[in-house]
Design a protein around this ligand. Structure first.
Ligand SMILES: NC(=O)c1ccc[n+]([C@@H]2O[C@H](COP(=O)([O-])OP(=O)(O)OC[C@H]3O[C@@H](n4cnc5c(N)ncnc54)[C@H](OP(=O)(O)O)[C@@H]3O)[C@@H](O)[C@H]2O)c1
Length: 240
């Protein structure tokens, strides 16, 4: 890439999206970030600059396209997208409402489809890369006590990500996924700080957002130029 590479990150105001934004900015990427709530805006503006911060509810139809068009109008190109948003909720199947299944599907699966659809043309033009967020342990389909609806959506995303990777490879676009294990941070679900859960992680600790961000930046980099359709777990051995 001759000019400064441009990346668009969803879920950039906090957690793993924010860590990815900070790492990529430190590596010299021009980072555009999407936030949903007003509360996250100022912190993101302070880090990225007003012109590179975009407010959107990406579960709404057409929202991703609007954001990508704004980025293209300002930056003229797009070399990478990182779709870090994805709501989490916990309930046993018998207490999981149809509405919750729909919400998790929209947040984790449909928004990812929209995000790539909106950026596909620009990524093909730049021969760029996309990174989606799964969750550790998707490969071996297994029952979940309290996360069936969330994991069902993430599993669908894994199949879709691989399929999109297959379609995009001949166009020079690499599509991959990062799947965190248990990564506590200030805004993370309370389950990520549960001492019993943390004690069951083979590495003996929860992951750090920076460790997830390192995987994201590697997948976007030319060091991963022959890595396509992979689900890279950053999980300390959780759910192996
Ligand atoms: N942390 C973990 O242990 C863990 C484990 C496995 C998988 N993951 C996955 O990793 C990704 C990042 O996790 P995280 O812990 O950083 O999540 P998080 O703290 O819940 O942050 C999610 C971000 O997504 C944004 N977002 C949510 N819905 C949105 C919408 N409709 N439109 C636009 N933005 C929206 C939120 O924006 P606002 O702040 O503006 O609301 C927030 O910044 C997610 O896909 C999650 O499923 C995380």
């Amino acid at each position: 890439m001759s000019s400064t590479p441009i990346v668009l990150i969803s879920g950039a105001a906090r957690g793993l999206g924010l860590a990815s934004a900070e790492r990529l900015a430190a590596l010299g990427w021009c980072v555009h970030g999407v936030h949903r709530d007003a509360a996250g805006r100022q912190g993101l503006v302070d880090r990225l600059g007003e012109d590179q911060v975009h407010q959107a509810d990406l579960s709404e139809t057409g929202a991703a396209e609007q954001v990508v068009n704004r980025v293209l109008a300002r930056a003229g190109r797009l070399d990478g997208v990182v779709h870090a948003m994805g709501e989490f909720a916990s309930a046993v199947p018998s207490e999981t409402s149809r509405e919750l299944v729909q919400d998790l599907w929209r947040s984790n699966m449909l928004s990812a489809v929209d995000f790539l659809d909106a950026s596909r043309g620009a990524l093909r033009a730049s021969k760029g890369a996309a990174v989606f967020f799964g969750s550790a342990g998707l490969a071996g389909v297994r029952a979940r006590q309290t996360t069936a609806a969330y994991i069902a959506a993430k599993t669908a995303l894994l199949v879709w990500m691989k399929s999109a990777a297959l379609e995009e490879a001949p166009h020079g676009v690499r599509v991959n996924m990062v799947s965190p294990g248990v990564i506590p941070h200030r805004d993370a679900a309370s389950e990520t700080s549960d001492p019993e859960r943390l004690a069951r992680i083979p590495s003996g600790r929860g992951g750090k957002p920076e460790e997830v961000a390192a995987a994201v930046s590697w997948l976007l980099s030319s060091d991963a130029s022959h890595v396509i359709g992979q689900d890279l777990e950053v999980a300390g051995g959780w759910l192996l």
